[in-house]
Every structure is written in C-alpha cells, then in structure tokens.
Design a protein around this ligand. Structure first.
Ligand SMILES: NC(=O)C1=CN([C@@H]2O[C@H](COP(=O)(O)OP(=O)(O)OC[C@H]3O[C@@H](n4cnc5c(N)ncnc54)[C@H](OP(=O)(O)O)[C@@H]3O)[C@@H](O)[C@H]2O)C=CC1
Ligand SMILES: CC(=O)C(=O)O
Ligand SMILES: [Mg+2]
Length: 637
C-alpha cells in the first residue's frame, strides 16, 4: 500500500493522471492536508484517519470488466474516453460516451412508459406483445445476475422462451436497444478504434473464447439498418449457442462493428450510443473488418466466427474473403440455406415422396438478397445431387425482388443471381400473382423482409395451382411483422392443405373442421449451433459446402413419423440439444471424409459415428453449480 500526502486539493484529471501512472499493481490512498494543517501524526506506521465527505476521486483496485460489474464505481456508458483508455474499458462499452443526465433521462422514459416502445402493429400481428417484452426484461436481468440459473430455466423451457430471447422479441430489443441498454454484454469495435483492435481484444476478460458472433448492424432481421443496436442479435444467437449446442456461456463473445449507420432517426436520437456518421463503405470498410478478424483470430485462433445480419453488399464478399482461411460462416447465407433445404426434404417426407422428388419441384422465391440467393443455390445443389445439371436445376426457379420477376432482360442483375434469372425476357418484372398463375409452383419461399407479400389472392392461386400435391409455403422473413403471411392466412386460403413453416414462431391453427394444425418454424436456429459445434470440436479450420450439406440432410431425418403425419417438417424445438448434437456429428463426419478433422475428434472419427456423437454430447455444457475454489493471493491456478 502506498500513501500519498497531498497538501493541495488536486483536480479530478490530475488525480486521475496520478492514479494512472501508479498502475493497478500498487494500491494508493490520497490523503488531503489543507494548507497550514498540521500533518496528522501516525501511530506506529498506521496513517491517521482524515475524514472527507466528498472525496475528489475514488481509488479503485479494479479495472476492465470487473469495474463494470462493481455497482459502486460503474458509470456504464458514461465512462469518459480518457478513463476507458486508462481502465481497460475500450471495446466493452458502446463507442459514444453519454452523460449522467442522459442516462437518468433514459431511465425515466423507461420507468414511466415501458410499453411505449412496442409498435401497435407488432402487437396486432402477434409479433411482440407487452408481455413478451416484460419477459425479455426479466430474463435479461436474470442473465446479468446468474448465468447458470438463466441457462437452467432456458434449457427447461426452451420452446416457450426461444421467442423471447430470439425472434420475434429480439427484433423489438434491437430497435430499442439504445433505450434498453443496462449492462455491457459483448464488445464494440468502431471505426475510431483502427490500429488498436488487437490490444482491445485483451480487454475481454475470458482467455478462452470458443465462439464469436459478429454483426455490423446493417440488416437486422427484416428491420433494416439498426447500427450498434444490432448487438442484440449476436447476443440472442449466442444464447442459442449455449442453450442449444452446449457452448459454455463464459466462452462466447457477441460483437458489433460500428462503421456508422444510415438510419437517420437513430443517428439523431440523443440516446443512441454508436458513431453518428453515415456508414463507411468501400476499401475502408474492408480494412476495418480485416483488422477485426485478424485481431480476433490472433487472440482466439481456435474460435468459430459467425457473420450475422450483414447487408447484401458486404455479406457475400466478406464470406468469400475469409472462408478459405478461417473457421467462419455466414449464418444468413449458409445457415438459412441449409435450413430451407432441410425443410423441403422434410416436406417431401410429409408428402411421402422420396428426396429425389426435389428435382421435380417448381420453386418461386420472393427475395433475391443474401438469404434468398443462399437458399436458392443450396436447393439447386440438392437437385444436382439428385441428378440434375446446374442449368437444369437453375431452370426450376423463379426469383423475384422488389421489381418483380428477375429475367435475363435485367441489365443490372448481380453475378450470383444471373444463373437463376428467368430465360424469357418478356416476363421481366412480372408480379408474384401473375408468376404463380403462370408457373403453378409447388413451393413458395419468402425471404424479402417486406411484410405480408403473400396475399389472399397469392395463397389461393398457389393452392389452385397444386391440385395433385399439397403446396409448400415457407414465409421465412423475420420477425413476425416482416413475415410474408401468417399460418392462419395460409391455412385459410388453402383449405388447410398448405405445408407451412415460418421464420418466426406461430401458434397452431384451428381449421373449420375442428382439426388443429401444428406449425413448423423454418429458422436457421436448427442449423447454426450444430454447424458451429461440429466445426469447433473438430477444429476443421474452415467450414465447407459439404459440411453444410450434411447438416441439411441430417435435420429432416430427425422428424419423428408421428410429427410428419401432423405436417411438421422440422423436429420439435424441445429436442434442440439432441438436434444440435446430431447436426454437429453429421458436420464432423463430413469434415472427416474431407480429411479436415484435428485433435480428439479425428480419433473419434476413426472409431465411427457413435464415438463421435458420444464425444460431442459429453463436451456440451450443462448448467449446474460447480464447486468454487478460492486461490489465495500469489498462488497460480
Ligand atoms: N428464417 C430464417 O432463418 C432467416 C430469415 N431471414 C430473413 O430473410 C429476410 C431477407 O434477408 P436478406 O436476404 O439478408 O436481406 P437482403 O436485404 O439481402 O434481401 C432482401 C431481398 O428482398 C427483396 N425485396 C424487398 N422488398 C421486396 C418486395 N416488396 N417484394 C419483393 N422483393 C422484395 C429485395 O429486393 P431489392 O434488392 O430489389 O430491394 C432483396 O432482393 C429478412 O427478413 C430476414 O429476417 C434471413 C436469414 C435467416
Ligand atoms: C434468423 C435470422 O438469422 C434472420 O432473420 O436474419
Ligand atoms: Mg440473421
């Protein structure tokens, strides 16, 4: 302990500077002596007590994450930049420093009007109700207090709680994150951190991070650009990594990259804590992302890195940039694609058709973005496995975007969309209804994020065009308010014939004849936890198309016969841990066949699938209290 006797009252910055120079390894006490005061006498080396009601600064022995968890010293998002630098807080807080007054105003707004954050149309569409928002807050508080207990209840009530921690409630959370923000969870890397990211990585307290989910907040579900508020999505996805795939909660890291936002109302909002600049694009954008990926992989070289909710101009290029060298995947492109293909195989099983029947389907996909085109490509790959050439497979698709049907007549059609553009230029821009009436598709997919595009007329036309085979209708956009149609609408317009699955959860539908139809959820949550687990435990270095195809082919096998009879195309969420273990095993097996496994999983591969499955299941985290051991100072672990 070092005691410093100060004759003059020093200002806060000077004290802070002194403190910073003395580092955290030395505990310091400042003792103020007014000019002319007699020096207090010490008794046998013990410094005398000097009363002070208002100390000019607090002496703290904590820094970084520990400091943020200490309610006596924590200033949350109001830590000034100088203190963030000195106290190891960079990256742990949203980039902009707020003031205590702003924090107080934010609290009071929530205190008086917690429900004003929920748009009436969301409540009407069954999207997010005030009760769901309340439950999210309660769960959030529990997670901040006790993660073991949080995961125990999530485990035991997964089906009920998934819509609260994930879509649709997570969409509402992201829209309002700047008002709901309470405690740090995850890391922020902003354009202003260039050059410092490698050092900032060490502000994260966990030396062994195994999974990172990163977003730049540019396309959050179907809700558009939400800037750093998008961090809610990596948090929700990683909750699923832990609950569904058994990653340890202390070993996952949610990240948001702040390159500005084009959401002007958010930029103008006084509570928004991200950079208030328009989005950086072009080479500068890629430099920032390169620095982040390099820094993250340097500190945690074995971690799996999931890209989430990047807008279309960056999602594909980023995936192509890193997928050959790093254990990365893009959930929206690859996870969604595997999910959709799995759902279609499940639907064929419901119809008592073999997987080979995939190549006979006529498929309309509304939405030609990252998710839509990822799905189309993967289904085409599935058709190729059933014997079609790529050109034959591509000719089974009709893809629409905001301007209607995409044909070869379009001058500006993107390279990856071109092979799926309709060959007949006369149909350029044709409406969805007209395409359905002309083509009579058997499958209708929605990945536009634009709300109720599957109107009554559309759904009725879909039904009339499929007299032999029940129509397969997957409105996959999220959250509920952006879905293309509800389950009730689909069932009503098809007389209950539709084989239906939606991106966000829906309640069962009662048909006029008294039957109740259960509804499947076509969401990448079935795939990404298992893919990440298989890739991580197998230390496969990269995630290949064959590994993703294995996941897509495994999932439909997990639907029990009695559920197929009810029209369900995905397995029940209650079995999510078994599902993730099966997906991880299939992914690791595919990696083994490509010679990509390392470490213990390679030995298990030699022993066979059962050994792999057992190794995977045993590696999964289960929430239970472990004995705690206190190490006295000076002893190393
Ligand atoms: N269920 C799941 O697991 C997943 C669901 N999704 C959902 O998919 C949706 C799209 O995501 P993503 O592909 O990344 O987004 P993108 O922004 O990359 O693509 C959106 C596409 O939809 C088109 N579109 C927009 N409005 C309309 C409209 N009115 N009519 C027809 N097409 C339209 C766009 O056309 P244009 O370019 O002309 O504007 C674009 O082709 C989101 O809602 C997301 O939540 C995503 C991943 C997983
Ligand atoms: C589910 C998901 O990843 C999305 O809607 O973007
Ligand atoms: Mg997503």
């Amino acid at each position: 302990m070092l005691y410093l006797k100060l004759r003059r009252q020093l200002s806060h910055p000077v004290l802070a500077l002194l403190q910073s120079q003395l580092t955290q390894s030395v505990s310091v006490r400042f003792i103020h002596l007014g000019d002319g005061d007699p020096e207090p006498q010490s008794e046998g080396g013990i410094p005398p007590y000097v009363p002070s009601l208002q100390p000019p600064a607090y002496v703290i022995r904590k820094a970084g994450f520990d400091l943020l968890k200490d309610p006596w010293c924590n200033k949350g998002s109001a830590f000034p930049k100088s203190e963030r630098d000195r106290l190891g807080l960079r990256g742990l807080l949203p980039p902009r420093s707020l003031t205590l007054d702003l924090q107080a105003a934010r609290f009071m707004e929530d205190y008086y009007h917690p429900r004003h954050l929920i748009p009436p149309e969301d409540v009407k569409s069954g999207g997010v109700t005030p009760e769901m928002a309340r439950r999210w807050k309660v769960l959030q508080e529990l997670q901040d207090r006790n993660e073991t207990l949080f995961y125990r209840v999530l485990f035991e009530h997964f089906t009920e709680m998934a819509p609260i921690i994930y879509t649709p409630t997570v969409g509402w959370v992201c829209v309002n994150y700047h008002k709901l923000y309470r405690r740090p969870r995850g890391m922020y890397f902003s354009a202003e951190d260039r050059g410092d990211m490698a050092a900032m990585m060490y502000n994260w307290p966990q030396p062994d991070v195994q999974a990172i989910v990163v977003t730049d907040g540019s396309r959050i579900l179907g809700l558009g650009d939400l800037g750093i508020n998008g961090l809610g999505i990596p948090i929700g996805k990683l909750d699923l990594y832990c609950a569904a795939a058994g990653f340890s909660p202390s070993k996952v890291l949610p990240v948001v990259i702040d390159v500005g936002t084009n959401n002007e109302s958010l930029r103008a909002d006084r509570h928004y804590a991200g950079l208030r600049i328009p989005r950086i694009t072009g080479p500068e954008y890629f430099e920032i992302l390169d620095e982040f990926v390099t820094a993250a992989m340097a500190r945690w070289p074995n971690a799996v890195l999931q890209f989430e909710d990047f807008s279309i101009e960056h999602a594909g290029p980023l995936l192509r940039r890193y997928r050959k060298d790093h254990l990365v995947f893009n959930d929206d492109i690859q996870g969604t694609a595997a999910t959709a293909l799995a759902g279609l195989y499940g639907a064929l099983r419901v119809l008592n058709l073999p997987a080979a029947a995939l190549k006979e389907q006529r498929i309309v996909c509304v939405g030609a973005g990252s998710a839509g085109m990822g799905v189309v490509r993967m289904i085409a790959a599935g058709m190729q496995k059933q014997g079609l050439s790529f050109e034959q497979a591509a000719s089974r698709f009709w893809v629409l975007d905001y301007n209607g049907l995409i044909t070869i007549a379009r001058s500006s059609v993107a390279e990856h969309v071109r092979p799926f553009a309709c060959r007949d230029p006369r149909h350029e821009g044709e409406s969805l209804l007209s395409v359905i009436k002309r083509i009579k598709p058997t499958i209708l997919l929605g990945l536009a994020g634009a709300g109720r595009l599957f109107t009554e007329e559309t759904l009725t036309a879909m039904n009339e065009g499929c007299p032999q085979q029940r129509p397969i209708i997957f409105p996959m956009s999220n959250p509920t308010s952006r879905m293309e149609c509800t389950a009730e609408e689909a069932m009503r317009c098809t007389g209950g014939r539709a084989i239906y699955a939606s991106g966000s959860p829906q309640t069962p539908v009662e048909l006029p004849d008294g039957r109740t139809v259960a509804v499947s959820q076509a969401n990448n949550m079935y795939i990404f936890p298992g893919v990440a687990l298989g890739g991580f435990l197998g230390q496969t270095r990269i995630i290949t198309d064959a590994m993703l195809m294995a996941a897509a082919e495994e999932l439909p096998k997990l639907v029990p016969k009695e559920d197929l009879e009810k029209g369900l195309v995905y397995p029940r969420l209650a079995a999510i841990r078994d599902i993730s273990a099966s997906i991880a095993t299939a992914v690791a097996l595919a990696a083994g066949e490509e010679g990509r496994l390392r470490g213990r999983m390679r030995d298990k591969f030699a022993q066979g699938p059962d050994a792999m499955r057992s190794f995977i299941s045993k590696s999964m985290f289960y929430p239970d209290y472990k004995a705690l051991v206190h190490l006295p100072n000076g002893l190393e672990e």
